[in-house]
Design a protein around this ligand. Sequence first.
Ligand SMILES: *[C@@H]1O[C@H](CO)[C@@H](O)[C@H](O)[C@H]1NC(C)=O
Length: 168
Amino acid sequence: MHSFVFRANAVLTFGITVLAALCILASLSDSFHSSLPDINLQVLNVDVLQRLSNGNDEAKLTLHISADLRSVFTWNTKQLFVFVAAEYETQKNQLNQVSLWDLIVERKEDAKIDLRRRNKYGFVDQGSNLRGREFNLTMYWNVMPLTGGIFTGSKVLTGFRLPSEYTR
Ligand SMILES: *[C@@H]1O[C@H](CO)[C@@H](O)[C@H](O)[C@H]1NC(C)=O
């Protein structure tokens, strides 16, 4: 009886150790997995650049969001949280970051994205700083693994500029 309990315990301990080792290996193999996603972001049109009644500037853009993030997926990937942010500098802040669009991708097959659409979230500045403003568009992808920590990749596309006058 004694030896049975002892043996069961030893088997269990061994099992847990193996599982823990597999989890560590899984997250390690993930961090060594290098992906080269193909990403392109374009502003097809600045539909609106306006001053809101509260004095803040707002831009409405038609974006072309093209990304092939299939290579980011490994067998240890649960899902990706993908978002595109407009990033720009003002006198007050070195980095202003406004999220324009996001997507949760749960399957590798869905990680090839090709969309032409208006920004999903408002491109609103806390002030009237958008006229003639240069900005970057950055795509971020948070990789949520089955086991191990979240990591983030990103790609910056530079050289965008808003018109120097309001459109309405
Ligand atoms: C835009 O991207 C360039 C190149 O990465 C960087 O030097 C610049 O600081 C970025 N601008 C902002 C406002 O983030």
